[in-house]
Design a protein around this ligand. Sequence first.
Ligand code: G6P
Ligand code: MN
Length: 447
Amino acid sequence: MRLTILGGGGFRVPLVHQALLVDREPGRVTDLVLYDLDPARLAAIGNVLVRQEAGVADPPKITITTDLGEALLGADFVFSAIRVGGLEGRVTDEQVALEAGVLGQETVGAGGIAYGLRTVPVALDIARRVAELAPEAWLINFTNPAGMVTEAMSPYLGDRVIGICDSPVGLGRRVARALGVDPEAAWFDYAGLNHLGWLRGVRVGGSDHLPRLLDDPEALVSFEEGKLFGADWLRTLGAIPNEYLYYYYFTREAVAAARDAPKSRGAVLTEQQRRFYRAAWREPESALDAWESARIEREATYGAESREAAGAGSRDPYDLTSGGYEKVALALMRAIAHNERTTLILNVRNHTTLSILDSDAVVEVPCVVDAAGPRPVVIEQLPDYAQALVCGVKAVERAVIEAATHGSRTAAVKALAIHPLIDSVTVARRILDGYLAKIPQLAYLRP
Ligand code: G6P
Ligand code: MN
């Protein structure tokens, strides 16, 4: 089986490769194709992968290419994990928004809109090429903003494009642990959009265990989301929100924390990754060690601003080792390729799952997956407080897709101005001008 990774020089590629090396089942991935625009990043990651496979029997054959057509031909699965504009782009997304007094987070608010405006045109190109060159392939999209990007690609790929994120799995695992139940045996009633979802129930053997957690203030603050949101707020909601909801429920605190931080997340990572790529490229023998220490540092500092603002302390060591990203991707690929029926929380077209959204809207919900692909499972409708946010943010995503599809600056202003975290049309216009001045990839937006 042939797997192609777009963004093959990306930092998280060794996580996927490691998981492939562990898979000894028949029908496993035998060919791994890494596609990237940047040969130096490919070479550095290639050095890490060579060290990972040392001593492993029959590792996947690795092909490295900067030619998209070559990368896609013959692919059974395509992982898309690209970062248009690189981490430097992420820094600009953060800065311009913060200067205007609003949040500039990677996927949420103005930052997420800027990132989407740069990424969607590239994602559309990829979707067209996949439809043409590998029409039978499944495209598993990690590229952020994942929900928006998956929806943008779906007119070309239908239900063959599936968005994934590690945050719902992480949430489920933490909540299961706080409850003392086996996450593998639990059914997580989770719904919303990517980075905008709520866990409303944890069913094991026919009964819902979440109320038990909501009634236990101590257990409730024993894990990441409990520390971020506080027991009272979780009890008020009667659900556990995705960690990204922190930006909506504690907007002022999040903006203040970002303003007060000595460096933005993007700036921290830009430096860290520059160091890592240089070292891995120049010193192949120590590439794997360099990657491992950079990974641990990245994981340990993930979400630091929100945790700091909420007084949540440092990350639980358990969260640093349990793996997320690569596990969901591999589980999804296996379920489809081997027809092993399983349930995963994925970003797929709504069909009739959430009644407040139309059938083409990409939502993040539990899906039953087998060789026929994922099918969203009928679940409870969203609670009242979630409905407005979900509909509002979906409208933002669609305005971004419209801007990207038609090169419309008007639609880009609309996306910013209707976002719940941007409180003035004037500010929205100013932010777009700031992005246009600093982001070359936005030149396609016509006045
Ligand atoms: C989580 C999210 C991803 C996001 C990442 C950012 O894993 O689910 O969508 O890209 O965090 O992590 P970073 O280390 O880049 O801040
Ligand atoms: Mn995510």
